[in-house]
Design a protein around this ligand. Structure first.
Ligand code: URP
Ligand code: ZN
Ligand code: ZN
Length: 485
């Protein structure tokens, strides 16, 4: 058998197995796995290296306007390059509807923006205006195109769609086999805290962490789960940042609720003390939900270890520390006016490898599951996230021993800071392939602008879960009312 590329002599790691062997690649696909393969137009020596499915970044804001209209610093070119340097072979950023926009127009806009990507991509659709046309025509059309995840917000005035809007989205998503993702924070609790902090003139960046209490997340997760259970729809909770929120996810999973969740490196690596810095430096660490404390970090790590989370995602939301980003609304501004979010798409895998695998908190196989395989399964990316014949040759080859300090230069994004600056990291993705093409090799970019492709995704697997409706929606128990979703 002829191969375009053979990756030779590495340790192959998937979410379930670790073995020694070779991978044969032809026409962008893995076509053979064996102890030893001959030939290959190109042979990549992977001796002493780990060969893993390339990361799938399932939470990134790329070429996206924030809720207050601030464009993030990374477009699809810089964002995809940064992702690839961080060991990712594909990503699923958001395509955001702003009020009044049609979903069709949103998708056309993001198709244009994404055309420069060097790695494969899909979009999660952010829905902020669930009109009848959106629910009845536009979302089903997006779904047919392979956009099988819809994201909603329970906070931010310009994004929050309320409980009724959320039920509508959950119902449409369930009917088509899409999954609903949710940013869960109680909007009114936050607004109430903002008012009281402003009245007391407490407006420095550190008060951002105080303004968004852990209870705001816990309450909203609980409510989101209840809404999803009412219509028996699958739900994915993004960026869980609290022990209480994670405990709800764990409890509901045990009860059989079709629930999925992620946390992010920043909630494992950084605490809210980062916000308490002289001047406005704390603005670099303003993100929502906010950074928490060391106790919460420990609890989140235990949830990572015990399987509460499908994924650890970056929530890459890059706003530069200047007037184009963090200070778009002015320099000495109160915390609610600072652009929300921090970068991390290149740091996600190296951080989790170093602090997770190298420090013995998670196994290599769990690392693959948390960074790639589970995202593929959850979001219907059927040809990625594994190393098996027939799968896309999306592969990251890691040197597990190199130690370095995180720097801005290593991130290869359009940012002027990294929140992970100076962190000691062991392990580096040396070679990253997307559909058999080498994108990054030993610190050099080899991928070309525009070589990434849109990946249509499959419906979510509805076979697991409770599989029953709330009593009041079950026609056999609701006096026959025909209101089932
Ligand atoms: O602070 C963050 N995470 N900004 C990005 C928008 C969001 O909430 O996901
Ligand atoms: Zn969010
Ligand atoms: Zn986000």
């Amino acid at each position: 058998m002829e191969f375009d590329t053979v990756i030779h002599g590495g340790t192959l790691v998937t979410a379930s197995e670790t073995s020694k062997g070779d991978i044969g690649i032809r026409n962008g696909r893995i076509v053979a796995l064996a102890e030893s393969l001959p030939g290959g137009e190109r042979r990549i020596d992977a001796g002493g290296r780990l060969v893993m499915p390339g990361g799938i970044e399932a939470h990134a804001h790329i070429a996206q306007e924030s809720s207050s209209g601030i464009m993030g610093a990374d477009d699809y070119l810089s964002g995809s390059i940064s992702a690839a340097f961080g060991g990712n072979s594909s990503f699923i950023p958001f395509a955001a509807q702003h009020r009044g926009q049609s979903i069709d127009d949103v998708i056309t806009t993001y198709d244009q923006r994404a055309a420069s990507s060097v790695i494969d991509y899909s979009y999660h659709l952010i829905v902020t205006d669930p009109t009848a046309e959106v629910l009845e025509d536009q979302l089903p059309r997006a779904f047919k195109r392979g956009i099988t995840s819809f994201k909603v917000f329970m906070t931010y005035d310009m994004m929050n769609i309320g409980d009724g809007g959320m039920l509508d989205i959950l119902t449409v998503a369930r009917a088509h086999g899409a999954i609903t993702m949710v940013h869960a924070e109680n909007n009114d609790m936050i607004k109430w805290m903002n008012k009281r902090l402003a009245a007391a003139d407490l407006t420095e960046p550190k008060y951002h962490a105080i303004s968004r209490p852990e209870l705001a997340e816990e309450e909203a997760i609980n409510r989101a789960v209840s809404l999803a259970k009412l219509v028996d729809a699958p739900l994915f909770i993004v960026h869980v940042s609290t022990a209480g929120g994670a405990a709800i996810v764990q409890r509901e999973k045990l009860a059989g609720t079709r629930l999925f969740a992620e946390t992010c490196p920043q909630y494992l690596a950084l605490t809210r003390e980062k916000l308490d810095q002289p001047g406005m430096d704390g603005a670099k660490f303003v993100c929502s939900p906010p950074l928490r404390d060391a106790e919460t970090q420990e609890a989140l790590w235990r949830h990572v270890q015990s399987g509460t989370f499908e994924s650890v995602s970056s929530d890459h939301a890059p706003y530069r520390f200047d007037d184009t980003g963090k200070f778009m609304n002015g320099r000495d501004i109160p915390y609610p006016k600072i652009a929300n979010g921090m970068p991390g798409i290149a740091a996600r895998l190296p951080y989790l490898f170093s602090e997770g695998v190298v420090k013995g908190r998670i196994s290599l196989n769990e690392f693959v599951a948390l960074t790639s395989t589970n995202a593929a399964k959850t979001f219907g990316v059927t040809k990625k996230g594994g190393l098996a014949p027939g799968m896309d040759a999306d592969i990251a080859i890691w040197n597990p021993e190199v130690t370095r300090k995180a720097t801005l230069a290593d991130q290869h994004d359009n940012m002027d800071y990294t929140p992970f600056e100076g962190m000691e990291l062991t392990g580096v993705p040396e070679i990253v392939l997307n559909r058999g093409a080498v994108i990054v090799e030993h610190g050099e970019l080899k991928g070309q602008e525009g070589q990434g492709r849109f990946v249509p995704r499959a419906p979510v697997d509805l076979s697991k879960g409770r599989g029953y409706l709330a009593k009041e929606l079950d026609p056999s128990r609701n006096f026959g009312a025909r209101i089932a979703p």
